[in-house]
Design a protein around this ligand. Structure first.
Ligand code: A2P
Length: 269
């Protein structure tokens, strides 16, 4: 479906409760994945790891979904990373956005993948599949993560190798960054893994934990004594990793009561 409806949003006249934000960059990774950047309204504040409702006006009505903000909170633009669902009401249209178009954005970000929901610890594990890497793209570009934790491990599993590129470019950009590079040196570790194609690392995160490759990579198995975990992916992945944490004695945290792990669904249609 190559649906262009909704891409003619008048920025002067967004529906009530929404901002119209201008698209400044679009990058297609595969036929299933793309990222885009928008201008950031001056009054828009968020905590790294939060999500916001964004979308288009279709048939006169807002059509919005929850999207994690992938950019760090110090950037003056906003970045989003999206799946393209061929018949998805929103993404079949959103995938056609071009620089200069406008999208709708609610003004209030929310979410549980935030530092405030975790108690202090030594190691932080960011476990993601597919577009679930998006909130962690914000977190690993936030200097606070390197102040709060001695080591940060980003695990990202996708079906195909090409789907890992966003994360590979992201981690490279952190290491190359003038200030973040030094903070992340020897602290940020990245494990990209493919499940349906040959690659340097293969297999699901859950398999890595079970068969000991995770402990070898991280220098020790997961333990609530020293570790905190953030999880973002499909429902099935969340459930399995949640059990994995709970079996090891981790307690789930929230904004009102920080704990040892937090989860959030990678929102897709
Ligand atoms: P697999 O290829 O073995 O299904 P999806 O696109 O379906 O959301 O999957 C993204 C990645 O997440 C794939 O590599 C997939 O592996 C993996 N995955 C799917 N379900 C789970 C699960 N329950 N636990 C861990 N990883 C999962």
């Amino acid at each position: 479906m190559n649906d262009l409806s909704g891409l003619d949003l008048d920025p002067q006249n967004p529906p009530k409760g929404f901002n119209a934000v201008k698209v400044t960059e679009v990058k297609h990774y595969t036929d299933r994945l793309f990222s885009f950047k928008t201008e950031r309204p001056a009054s828009f504040r968020f905590r790294s790891g939060e999500f916001v409702m964004i979308g288009l006006r279709v048939d006169g009505k807002p059509l919005v979904r929850a999207y994690s903000i992938a950019s760090p909170n110090w950037e003056d633009h906003l970045e989003f990373y999206s799946i393209k669902v061929p018949d998805g009401p929103l993404t079949s249209r959103l995938q056609n956005i071009k620089v200069g178009d406008h999208i709708l954005m609610r003004s209030k970000p929310v979410g549980t993948l935030v530092f405030d929901a975790l108690l202090p610890a030594k190691r932080l594990f960011l476990l993601s599949t597919g577009t679930g890497i998006a909130p962690f793209a914000s977190i690993i570009r936030d200097p606070e993560v390197y102040e709060k934790f001695d080591e940060v491990f980003l695990l990202h599993t996708c079906r195909e190798v090409a789907e890992l590129q966003y994360g590979i470019d992201l981690v490279q950009s952190v290491h190359d960054h003038e200030f973040l590079g030094e903070m992340a040196l020897n602290k940020l570790h990245h494990l990209p893994s493919a499940t349906r194609e040959p690659f340097a690392n293969t297999g699901r995160i859950t398999d890595w934990i079970k068969d000991g490759r995770f402990a070898e990579f991280a220098g020790g198995d997961l333990t609530p004594d020293t570790d905190r975990v953030m999880i973002c992916g499909s429902m099935a992945m969340l459930q399995m990793l949640k059990s994995c944490c709970e079996d090891r004695g981790f307690v789930e945290g929230s904004n009102s009561e920080p704990g040892q792990f937090v989860i959030e669904k990678a929102f897709a249609e």
